[in-house]
Design a protein around this ligand. Structure first.
Ligand code: SF4
Ligand code: SF4
Length: 135
């Protein structure tokens, strides 16, 4: 599918919502990539943290939703500490999770998890994961 950037996406409600919830100014990011260079979880992400904020700047909500990045993010705040522009990317990630969660889309299908896997998972990780990944 073709990605279309327009004034509608650039000035969309989505961009305004991300900025309002995260209390960050998205255009402050100048794509230096220091956030991604320090992110301990980027090995498992479809898109790197700096790519996610770029998509957020452009208002490309669907592309963000299709990637696993915001769910893999561990909220460790390394990106926020490293950013030379003072962008708190961890807050942007949280805002994106909140906006996506409000669409009531489950990121994991609990009935489809094999019983053997559930038996092996630490209970705390399971409860925490379900809170984060289910609507
Ligand atoms: S470190 Fe900051 S300025 Fe650099 S890409 Fe990441 S969010 Fe943007
Ligand atoms: S808060 Fe998320 S995106 Fe930022 S460095 Fe940690 S895991 Fe990566």
């Amino acid at each position: 599918m073709r990605t279309v950037i327009s004034t509608e996406t650039l000035y969309s409600d989505f961009v305004k919502k991300v900025e309002a919830i995260s209390e960050q100014t998205l255009p402050s990011c100048y794509q230096c990539g220091k956030c991604s260079a320090g992110c301990p979880m980027c090995f498992a992400m479809d898109l790197l943290p700096n790519q996610i904020i770029r998509l957020a700047q452009l208002g490309l909500e669907d592309d963000i939703t299709k990637a696993n990045t915001i769910w893999i993010c561990a909220s460790c705040i390394t990106c926020s500490v490293r950013c030379p522009r003072g962008v708190d990317l961890a807050r942007v990630m949280e805002a994106l999770r909140l906006i996506t969660s409000r669409k009531n889309i489950d990121q994991v299908q609990i009935p489809e998890i094999p019983k053997e896997t559930i038996a092996e998972l630490p209970q705390l990780a399971m409860v925490g994961g379900f809170r984060k990944l289910t609507a």
